[in-house]
Design a protein around this ligand. Structure first.
Ligand code: UDP
Ligand code: MG
Length: 312
């Protein structure tokens, strides 16, 4: 019998979890084909009652496994912990807030078993219920990153994916510290079927993503998968060398023909400001890569486990 592992990262989800479990369980019971399930909750250092809610659920259902972190390590770490500890032939990642409808599981499962896909990804076709400015920057981000990487990152792709074991193992073999799941999923390749659905708003609780956090996450995605910004900074440097060379020539000839003049100081100050600004900008780009390298090189574990019911 085939086993499906459902991995659910949870951070302060005490309100959403019971609703999520009820909905998931309904779908598991109605699952048309014979498959067993394993539900793996990863408590990412929640400050509310999430862990106790999970433990209560685990008492009534022995397919529930949980891992609880020593503090909040972020969703990426929770995903990694889940993948690493999953035992199913198939693995799926689901948010605890029911934004990833469990009703799609049947279709995802039959796509990999009957249609021979290696993985199924989900994509929301609209961004209903989201601030306009956030949608705008999200679109811009995907345009940018797709220009900079050699593989395609799908706009609107969610973390809700369904994978065969070999895809999971491939993702786990990417040992980087700065993890950007959507990119890793695209990076490993394989035959992926995309399922579209309308954006659903979260059932209870609040989103953990502020605009600032999202911006940082987007920059993370770019630096993790592309070194194009470094190329851009070199190009800007070269361009400014050329411009200054031309300016020097112009000034020499002007002085020879018209004689020396001391005009033009304000423009000089402007140029100094601009050029030093660009220098700082490019240094910043290099700094971004340096800081990522620094974090990689320390080889710190992605998370620490405080409590779990998984026995190895
Ligand atoms: N999450 C997590 N650790 C975090 C932030 C979020 O495990 O530091 C989980 C959260 O509990 C949820 C999922 O990641 O199950 C997605 O989070 P959220 O719904 O806040 O993100 P959004 O859907 O708004 O992008
Ligand atoms: Mg959500």
């Amino acid at each position: 019998m085939e086993k499906i592992s459902v991995i659910v990262p949870c951070y302060n989800e005490e309100k959403a979890l019971p609703l999520f479990y009820e909905e998931l369980n309904k779908n598991i019971k109605e699952f048309p084909k014979k498959a067993t399930f394993e539900i793996l909750f990863v408590n990412d250092g929640s400050k509310d009652n999430t862990l106790n809610v999970i433990k209560e659920l685990a008492k009534t259902d022995n397919t529930i496994k949980y891992i609880s972190f020593s503090r909040n390590f972020g969703k990426e770490a929770a995903i990694y912990a889940g993948l690493e500890n999953s035992t199913g032939d198939y693995v799926t990642l689901m948010d605890a807030d029911l934004q990833d409808p469990p009703a799609l599981l049947k279709e995802m499962y039959s796509s990999v078993t009957d249609e021979n896909y290696d993985a199924v990804g989900t994509r929301r076709i609209n961004r209903k219920g989201e601030p306009i400015i956030r949608s705008f920057f999200a679109k811009l981000f995907y345009k940018l990153i797709n220009k900079m990487t050699s593989f395609e990152m799908v706009d609107g792709a969610r973390d809700y994916v369904f994978m065969k074991r070999n895809v999971v193992d491939s993702i786990l073999s990417l040992k980087e510290y700065n993890r950007y799941s959507k990119g890793l999923f695209s990076f490993v390749g394989f035959d992926v079927k995309w399922i579209d659905y309308e954006n659903i708003t979260r059932i209870a609780g609040e989103t953990k993503w502020s605009f600032w956090k999202l911006t940082k996450y987007a920059l993370e995605g770019i630096t993790a998968f592309s070194t194009t910004p470094l190329l851009i900074s070199s190009a800007i440097g070269l361009l400014f060398c050329l411009i200054s060379f031309l300016l020097i020539l112009i000034i020499i000839f002007k002085t020879l023909i018209l004689g020396d003049s001391t005009s033009g100081w304000p423009s000089l100050v402007c140029i100094i400001f601009m050029v030093s600004g660009i220098q700082m900008f490019c240094l910043g780009i290099i700094g971004q890569y340096l800081s990522k390298t620094y974090l990689e090189i320390k080889k710190r574990p992605l998370f620490f486990i405080k409590d779990t019911n998984i026995r190895k």
